[in-house]
Design a binder for this molecule. Structure first.
Ligand SMILES: [Zn+2]
Length: 117
């Protein structure tokens, strides 16, 4: 099989998989859909701001001890991603307090009102 064929096979497998983001501590689910449905909503741009990510940020602010995880990382690679740890690291590295993050989340809520996901 050529590299291109392998890539196509992996991509079609990914498209049938679900992307699931939820809190392991309280079982709140922020996103659960097939990649094949999710990607078109972002027009293929994984950097598009989303409502679910904003909700994850808010959940982290409210419950910093909860463990928010996804089954895949944000680029679709088959490795779990821990949002709680990522937020903790990002805030510490950039010297941002949770209060500031909540402020940004509230601003984004308004901007994301009409976002598809
Ligand atoms: Zn939780």
């Amino acid at each position: 099989m050529s590299k291109l064929e392998v890539a196509k096979l992996l991509l079609s497998k990914l498209m049938n998989d679900r992307i699931i983001v939820g809190c392991e501590t309280c079982n709140e689910v922020f996103l659960d859909m097939k990649w094949s449905a999710y990607l078109p909503l972002l027009h293929g741009n994984l950097n598009t701001p989303t409502k679910w990510y904003n909700k994850v940020a808010l959940h982290y602010c409210q419950y910093p001890e909860h463990q928010i995880k996804s089954n895949r990382d944000r680029f679709g690679y088959n490795r779990p991603f821990n949002f709680s740890e990522a937020f903790e690291t990002q805030l510490a590295q950039n010297n941002i307090c949770v209060f500031d993050l909540i402020h940004v989340v509230r601003e984004m809520e308004e901007k994301l009102k009409d976002a598809p996901v």
